[in-house]
Write a protein of this length. Structure first.
Ligand code: NAD
Ligand code: DAU
Length: 356
């Protein structure tokens, strides 16, 4: 038997597939339609590994998904595939509706048809794990307690609204059809293979090129950061032992303002790659910080309470923000070719449009 991972050429999905195959002999079918965010270079270390079967295709392609499920005797689906960038959802929400809502719906339909035809024992053991986000819970004020799984859904961007809709569909497929689903709602990830449209890799990339480091608004918005492999270990744990139909929050207990994050990145870069060694006439990378127009509808604060996951399943993150962020900067410094390839072409168009 195998597992089906969707969106496994993206940031978190590729980290998950690499970690899965390092820890287990169970094959992975990786379904990804390679949008701008999907990158086969992320999976280069798996070349020649017969346990990894990559299929270029859409989660909304019912026939294709049904065929993959049957042909590979899939025992679990982990659904990462999504449009994931809030700023892009503000410029153009349509793709988000299409993949995150309609795509998840079609995927669920194919899984339901396959699951219905399984023998009873396999039906019981089957799992559909939906990877979601803390953004569905909306925005917190500074003194609010962190989001628990019971927090009401208050999505504020087209991205978070589309993820919220997909979470509701997943929930409904359990309650209505009995599909054995699990949902994880995670905070902001960072680490290797993170596409440089998101804050942390964008800042590293711009700093090394001597370009402005754009901070939206006053930079005091707070995010709760989790190193990507900790998110992957949480998903594996929930897949193994999570209670069917349950939702598990995943977070790093690392609340930081955006400005704090950018200062930390600048300080690590000053130490590991001083501006002078890159022919930049700057005393410190901090001097590149530039305040720009705020994101419309910008959520002020996210904070995740991951107590349930720790209490029920014994999961805890292994990295602190300090260890994880250093590893991340190191990774980008060690992989200039990955960055150069990904930031050519369409990436430049996006940066031109967003930061004009
Ligand atoms: P990403 O944008 O880096 O990767 C998404 C992947 O999905 C890409 O490889 C893309 O090609 C693929 N994809 C998009 N549409 C598809 C479709 N219709 N069919 C098949 N494949 C498709 O995203 P990410 O940051 O790795 O996020 C993965 C998942 O985790 C998303 O569901 C996201 O909502 C969720 N999440 C992300 C974070 C974060 O901080 N990045 C935090 C919590 C939850
Ligand atoms: O919370 C989980 C979510 O985290 C995921 O569901 C999303 O897929 C993921 O993209 C991320 O969303 P954010 O909007 O929080 O991440 P982003 O890296 O885009 O922005 C982080 C913060 O930094 C946010 O407050 C906006 C700010 N920012 C971002 C960019 C790209 C800036 O100040 N300047 C920038 O140029």
């Amino acid at each position: 038997m195998s597992i089906l991972v969707t969106g496994g050429a993206g940031f978190i999905g590729s980290n998950f597939v690499i970690e899965w195959l390092a820890a287990s002999s169970e094959p992975v079918v990786n379904l990804d339609n390679l949008t701008y965010a999907g990158n086969l270079e992320n999976l280069a270390s798996l070349e020649g590994d017969a346990r990894h079967v990559f299929v270029k295709g859409d989660i909304g392609d019912y026939e294709l998904v049904l065929r993959l499920l049957s042909e590979h005797k899939i025992r679990a689906v982990v659904n990462f595939a999504a449009e994931s960038h809030v700023d892009r959802s503000i410029h153009g929400p349509e793709d988000f509706i299409q993949t995150n809502i309609v795509g998840t719906f079609r995927l669920l339909e194919a899984v339901r048809a396959y699951w219905n035809g399984l023998p009873e024992a396999e039906k019981m053991a089957f799992r559909f794990l939906h990877v979601s986000t803390d953004e569905v819970y909306g925005s917190l004020s500074p003194s609010d307690p962190a989001f628990t799984e019971n927090h009401r859904y208050e999505p504020n961007s087209p991205y978070s609204a589309s993820k919220a809709a997909s979470d509701h569909l997943v929930r409904a497929y359990h309650h209505t059809y009995g599909l054995p689903v699990l949902t994880t709602n995670c905070s902001n990830n960072y680490g290797p293979y993170h596409f440089p449209e998101k804050l942390i890799p964008l800042v590293i990339h711009n700093a090394l090129a001597g370009k402005p480091l754009p901070i939206y608004g006053d930079g005091q918005q707070i995010r709760d950061w989790l190193y990507v492999t900790d998110h992957c270990s949480a998903i594996r744990r929930v897949l193994d032992a999570g209670r069917v139909g349950e939702v598990y929050n995943v977070g790093g207990w690392n609340e930081k303002s955006n400005l704090e994050v950018v200062h930390t990145l600048c300080d690590i870069l000053d130490e590991l790659a001083p501006p002078a060694t890159r022919n930049l006439q700057l005393a410190t990378f901090r001097s590149l910080i530039t305040f720009v127009k705020d994101r419309p509808g910008h959520d002020r604060r996210y904070a995740i309470d991951a107590t349930k996951l720790e209490r029920e399943l014994g999961w805890k993150p292994s990295e602190t923000f300090e260890t994880g962020i250093r590893k991340t900067v190191r990774w980008y410094l060690d992989h200039p070719d990955w960055v150069a390839n990904i930031t050519s072409g369409a990436y430049r168009e996006w940066v031109g449009k967003q930061y004009a």
